[in-house]
Design a protein around this ligand. Structure first.
Ligand code: ZN
Length: 447
C-alpha cells in the first residue's frame, strides 16, 4: 500500500483508460458553469463550494478504486480528489480494502408522488395516463405527510444508496398548484450537503388539455423554483402537438431554463413529436438544454432510422434518459452514444400511484439495466454501472465523479471482489462520500 496516491490518483493507466471509455467526459468546469445551463442554478452543492473555507483534507486509506487488486489511498482536498500528498494534519478514514466506486446519478425520478415511508398502498386497476393521473390526485389528497417530508425521506434514502445527484420531476397542475415543486425544493434544501438536485416542473396532467397548467409552468420558471420545464406526449396525451411544444419551448426560451419532456408515444406519433422537438431546438438555439425521457419510439426503429434520428440528437446536444423498463422499451444506449447522444439512467416513480415498485437505488437500477439487456460479459456489466454513474452526470451537466485527480470526491465504498460482481450482487453501501464528507454509513444517512 502506498502512503499516498501516485500521480494517476493511485490507479493504473489501464484502469484509467477503461473508465474513460464511458461516453463523453465533461470538463471539470461543468460544476462552475454560470446560471442558465440546464439546472446548474440553485444547485446546493455548487453554492457550498463557492464559499471559501479553510482547506480541508481527508485521506480515505486502503480502498480499491473500481475493484483494483491493490489498495490505494484516495486523498481529498476541499471536496475534490487530488494526486498531491495529503497534509500531515489531514483526517484519515480507513476503507478496510473496500471497493471505491463513483457515486451514482438518478437522471429521472418523481419524489413528489412517492408514498415512501407511508403504510403500504393498495392500487386500483388503471389503463392509460388519464387513469393514472386520476389516481395520482386521489393518492396526493389521501396523504397525511406533506410532499416535503415524503420527498425528503426518499431522497435521503437515495443518498444512503450512493446517489450524488438527481433530476427530480414534480407534478405541476391546478390540482396541486406548485405544492409538488415547493415540497421537492424544501427536501433539496435539507439535503444540499449530500445531493445535487435539478427540479423539473412536470405537466403530468397535460399542458393544453388542462387549462391553467401553462401559467403554473411559467410561474415556476419565472420565480426560479425549477431548473427545467417538462412536457408530455404532445400527440398521444395532449392531442395538441404544435400548441404544447410552442408553449413549453416558449417558456424555456423566455426564462433560460431547460426542457425535459416525457415521450411515451410510440411509432409514427413518437417520431413526429421527435421531429417537432428537433426543429424547435434548432430554431431557438437551445442546443444542450433539451432532454427527452423514455422515448419509447426509438427502440422500435430500424438501425438506419435510428442512425438518422441519433445524428440529429447528437448534433443538437439533446440528451435522453431511460429507466430500463423492459427489453423492448430500454433505449439502445450503445448505438446512441456512437452519435454523441448523452443517455442517463433513472428510477422513475417510486412506490406511487403508478407502481408499487421502485426503491431509488441506482445500483439496483444498473443491475436491472443489465438484466433487461441480457448482458453476460464483465465489460458489459461494468458499463451498466458507468451509465448509472456517468450517463446521468452527462445529462445533468455535472463532472464525472470518476476518482481522477480534480474530480468531485463523490464515491461509495462497498465490500466485494470487482465491479461486475458488485453490479450483480448489489452489496450494501457501507460508506457514501459527497464532496469529501461522509453522508451515509451502513445504509443510513449520517444526517
Ligand atoms: Zn417520469
Amino acid at each position: 500500500m502506498k502512503p499516498y496516491p501516485s500521480s494517476s490518483g493511485g490507479l493504473s493507466r489501464a484502469q484509467h483508460d477503461h473508465r474513460r471509455g464511458a461516453g463523453r467526459h465533461h470538463g471539470r468546469a461543468a460544476h462552475r458553469r454560470p446560471r442558465g445551463g440546464p439546472g446548474q442554478r440553485r444547485c446546493g452543492h455548487g453554492r457550498a463550494r463557492a464559499r471559501r473555507r479553510p482547506s480541508r483534507a481527508v485521506v480515505f486509506r486502503n480502498v480499491r478504486p473500481f475493484g483494483a487488486k491493490t489498495p490505494v489511498d484516495l486523498t481529498v482536498v476541499d471536496g475534490r480528489i487530488t494526486d498531491r500528498r495529503a497534509p500531515a494534519d489531514g483526517e484519515v478514514i480507513d476503507g478496510a480494502g473496500r471497493i471505491a466506486l463513483p457515486s451514482l446519478v438518478d437522471a429521472h425520478i418523481h419524489p413528489d408522488k412517492t408514498t415512501w415511508g407511508d403504510p403500504w398502498v393498495t392500487r386500483e386497476p388503471a389503463s392509460g395516463i388519464a387513469d393514472y393521473v386520476e389516481q395520482d390526485v386521489e393518492l396526493f389528497r389521501s396523504r397525511r405527510r406533506p410532499v416535503a417530508e415524503r420527498a425528503y425521506g426518499l431522497m435521503a434514502h437515495a443518498v444512503s444508496r450512493g446517489t450524488r445527484a438527481m433530476r427530480a420531476h414534480a407534478d405541476v397542475a391546478p390540482a396541486y398548484d406548485l405544492a409538488g415543486v415547493e415540497g421537492v425544493g424544501a427536501a433539496r434544501k435539507r439535503l444540499r450537503h449530500a445531493l445535487d438536485v435539478q427540479i423539473v416542473a412536470f405537466p403530468q396532467h397535460g399542458v393544453v388539455r388542462t387549462p391553467g397548467t401553462a401559467e403554473l409552468l411559467e410561474e415556476a420558471a419565472r420565480t426560479g423554483a425549477v431548473d427545467m420545464i417538462g412536457g408530455i406526449d404532445p400527440i398521444g396525451f395532449d392531442e395538441a402537438l404544435d400548441e404544447q411544444l410552442d408553449l413549453v419551448f416558449g417558456i424555456a426560451d423566455r426564462h433560460g431554463v431547460g426542457l425535459d419532456i416525457h415521450l411515451h408515444d410510440r411509432g409514427e406519433k413518437g417520431l413526429t413529436e421527435l421531429r417537432g422537438i428537433i426543429d424547435r431546438t434548432r430554431a431557438l438555439s437551445l442546443r444542450g438544454k433539451i432532454t427527452l425521457s423514455h422515448v419509447f419510439c426509438l427502440p422500435g426503429l430500424t438501425d438506419r432510422e435510428l442512425g438518422t434520428v441519433a445524428a440529429d440528437l447528437g448534433d443538437l446536444g439533446i440528451s435522453l434518459t431511460t429507466v430500463a423498463p423492459s427489453a423492448s422499451l430500454v433505449l439502445p444506449i450503445a448505438r446512441l452514444r456512437e452519435h454523441g447522444v448523452r443517455v442517463g439512467l433513472g428510477s422513475d416513480g417510486v412506490r406511487d400511484a403508478w407502481s408499487p415498485f421502485g426503491n431509488a437505488d441506482m445500483l439496483h437500477r444498473a443491475h436491472l439495466l443489465g438484466w433487461v439487456t441480457d448482458v453476460r460479459l464483465d465489460e458489459e456489466l461494468a458499463d451498466c454501472y458507468r451509465v448509472a454513474a456517468h450517463g446521468g452526470a452527462d445529462v445533468m451537466g455535472l463532472a464525472h465523479a470518476d476518482l481522477e485527480p480534480g474530480s468531485p470526491a463523490d464515491f461509495v465504498l462497498v465490500r466485494g471482489e470487482c465491479l461486475p460482481q458488485v453490479v450483480v450482487d448489489m452489496p450494501q453501501r457501507d460508506m457514501v462520500v459527497h464532496g469529501g464528507r461522509i453522508v451515509a454509513r451502513d445504509g443510513e444517512p449520517t444526517g
